[in-house]
Design a protein. Structure first.
Length: 227
């Protein structure tokens, strides 16, 4: 009592959770927030110091959409927010360091040998989940699985996993034409959006002559069967 000014609002709370520093918050309150690790500030501080500014901006955009989708589809908004904040933590590493990290930590990555050889960037999702658990003490399996599967997906994905998968590909900072359409569809029909997102990823990978992970193809066949 007496420490916090009478300015508490949803807007200020959301600003803090998005890593912003509202000017209306006094320095004493700001120091208290940092000291107590409130509003996910330790995560934001780490992301700001480890990710490229563009990657951090993408992270915030993914968080915004993930929260919107969670609200729309009756999921835990804070879990969606935390999963989104940490979904690209592994992108703090260069590709060679991703490979080394995955090997050293003996991470379980689908088709690990092929993935690390042909598309090591795919390891970042599993690495991000490992960082979330090891660095930030995240033990919620729903959050960790959403992070772990946000790139490749998996059979029988949970609603939260679909939300992060779609928020990543359809966030506001994405500038390819399908992103806006995916955004609109995801607000109303996650499964329809998933099918379009998988197809979009497949077309992108194939257009660049890159290795297509078998799990992506398997996921595509699954959605074709149930559409």
């Amino acid at each position: 009592p007496g420490l916090f000014p009478d300015i508490s609002s949803t807007r200020i709370r959301e600003s803090l959770q998005n890593g912003e520093h509202p000017p209306s918050i006094p320095k004493t309150v700001w120091r208290y927030i940092h000291k107590k690790g409130l509003y996910d500030q330790p995560i934001h501080a780490w992301l700001k110091s480890h990710l490229h500014p563009n990657r951090y901006r993408h992270t915030l955009a993914v968080s915004q959409l993930a929260q919107t989708l969670a609200r729309k589809h009756h999921q835990d908004i804070h879990k969606a927010h935390i999963a989104a904040l940490l979904h690209d933590a592994g992108r703090s590493l260069s590709l060679p360091r991703m490979v080394a990290y995955a090997q050293r930590r003996r991470l379980k990555i689908p088709q690990k040998k092929q993935a690390l050889s042909h598309q090591p960037i795919l390891a970042h999702a599993t690495i991000s989940a490992d960082i979330a658990r090891k660095k930030f003490g995240i033990i919620d399996s729903q959050i960790l699985n959403a992070i772990r599967h946000h790139t490749l997906g998996r059979p029988r994905m949970t609603t939260l996993e679909k939300i992060l998968y779609l928020a990543d590909i359809a966030s506001e900072d994405r500038d390819f034409k399908e992103a806006r359409t995916l955004h609109k569809i995801a607000l109303h029909d996650l499964n329809r959006a998933m099918k379009m997102a998988i197809r979009t990823k497949m077309k992108y990978v194939q257009s660049r002559g890159q290795w297509l992970h078998p799990l992506t193809l398997s996921l595509w066949k699954q959605y074709q069967r149930h559409s």
